[in-house]
Design a protein around this ligand. Sequence first.
Ligand code: HEC
Length: 560
Amino acid sequence: MAKQPFALLWPSYFAFSLPVCGLAGLLFATAGHATDASTFHNAPSSASSVANPYSGQTSAVTAGAALYAAHCASCHGAIGQGTGNIPALAHGATQQASAGALFWFITQGSVNNGMPSWAALPAQQRWQIVSYLKVLPTVKATSAAQDEAIASPITTPPPHPPFTDFRYEAPGKVRKITVADLPAPYATSSAGNAPTVVPRPADVIPRAPEGFKVNLYAEGLGTPRVIRVAPNGDIFLAESGSGQIRIFRGMTAEGKPGQTDVFATHLDKPYGIAFYPQGPNPQWVYVGNTNAVVRFPYRNGDLQARGKAEHVVDLPHGPGHWTRDVAFSLDNKTMYVAVGSASNVDDSDTSPAEKDRANILAFDPDGSNKRVYAWGIRNPSGIAIDPKNGQLWTTVNERDGLGDNLVPDYITSVREGGFYGWPWWYMGAHQDPRHAGKHPELKDRVITPDVILQPHNASLQIAFYEASRFPKEYDGDLFAAEHGSWNKATRVGYELIRIPRHHTGKASGEYEDFLTGFVLPNGQVWGRPVSVTAAPDGSLLVTDDGSNSIWRVDYVGAKH
Ligand code: HEC
């Protein structure tokens, strides 16, 4: 896809990034998008009933194709397949909407959500685009579209440290960003640069620091997302795309699973997985569906759920961030559930869709007694409890639309009752210009997070390293999976990072590139890290929903 950043200054909320193009469309089509022609993005019926004056004209379709390639393909994909997080147009709501509703929507845009208004194009051209949208399902990928994707060179100048991009990510490179490094809002424009994921070239695998060896653990999965290890050593994987939980058992000499089974199916975008109660004999496996927490009865050794999913509690859901991570406090009294925002930066005071979102919620383990544990956390996509002291940590996707180097994603220990800024403030007392003047009383309450990451990294999951296979200095460190940017001129993220804690249990703000190489030198993306856990043998397993596989990183000792 074109690397040319768009000179645009509109915000958008898709930082969390869905995986593969087709799936993105699918999920978005079901995630609150109207499928009924009369309600497509709330288009008024007067607009929806207007007929396309160029309907049936081949010349309009041809003209529309050129306009689509020039204005729309960079975000929605060459053949409307959707890219990263941006909805598909070749199927789903767009194909069900009336021509008039599409014309109306393209004219308006959905500016706060990253879809520009095309009112500046002459009406004739907008109708021509509508004509073309309706034939998209029949358009096949041409080699021209592919060639364009492959050829696009990276021409942006090198980044200004401490900010970086994929070209400069390298295993072992230590980084530290402080609040003093942050540019002003809109210092650069905001790019629409979502990846179209390409197949992994056969000779490419991720790169780890010296002394570590990487191998492919499993492939052909259905959007592998959160990965967690049960107390008995079985490895649980949420396949969010296929709506199931898979289990892997054992590790062969080649670093592959000894056995695999499907634990549960028919889940609704399952993500978080937690075993309850903690300790050697859990009785339940909790799963965070996008709209509810459910749980399965469980005994050590079960390869398939021994009973039906039991409903624990409904969760706010709908548009925007769909992942729901789940974790339990060490004393088993509290269930934490992370619920990301519905929008990029809508005002939660006035937007009903934001109720109980952009929060870490707390419940009793039976789903009762809901409270807000911490708030103003735009998308806390991953939560984890430090096994040494019970401290809750999270990794967060911050907002878009303020430029290449704002607002940083972050990893932080979470304070009960803590306010982390969204949507009115960020990174301490910095006001979001889109909410100028609002909530002055909160200015000094905004917590600055422990570890400031590259803006737009899309940090999705964290795990504490408690195994003993890696060198001593890794004990108690955090690893985090960075899914990778869409809102930045040159990609950043697409890596696994390490947060060294130097045996202190605290993070000093520094982090280190650990597993890189998911982006090819020409900027094409073949892999997207989502989640990480330490396998019973102490190697790391990293899920990748770009290549739908799991990577294993083992320590084999420094070269001599
Ligand atoms: C910078 C990225 C970007 C560009 C360029 C862009 N769009 Fe979009 N488009 C989006 C995003 C993001 C959404 C989702 C908005 C929302 O959910 O409110 C969207 C939504 C849509 C939808 C509604 C899809 C649905 O399932 O609800 C249509 C139709 C659409 N765009 C058409 C177009 C057309 C036609 C063009 C070119 C003239 C275009 N877009 C250019 C980002 C873009």
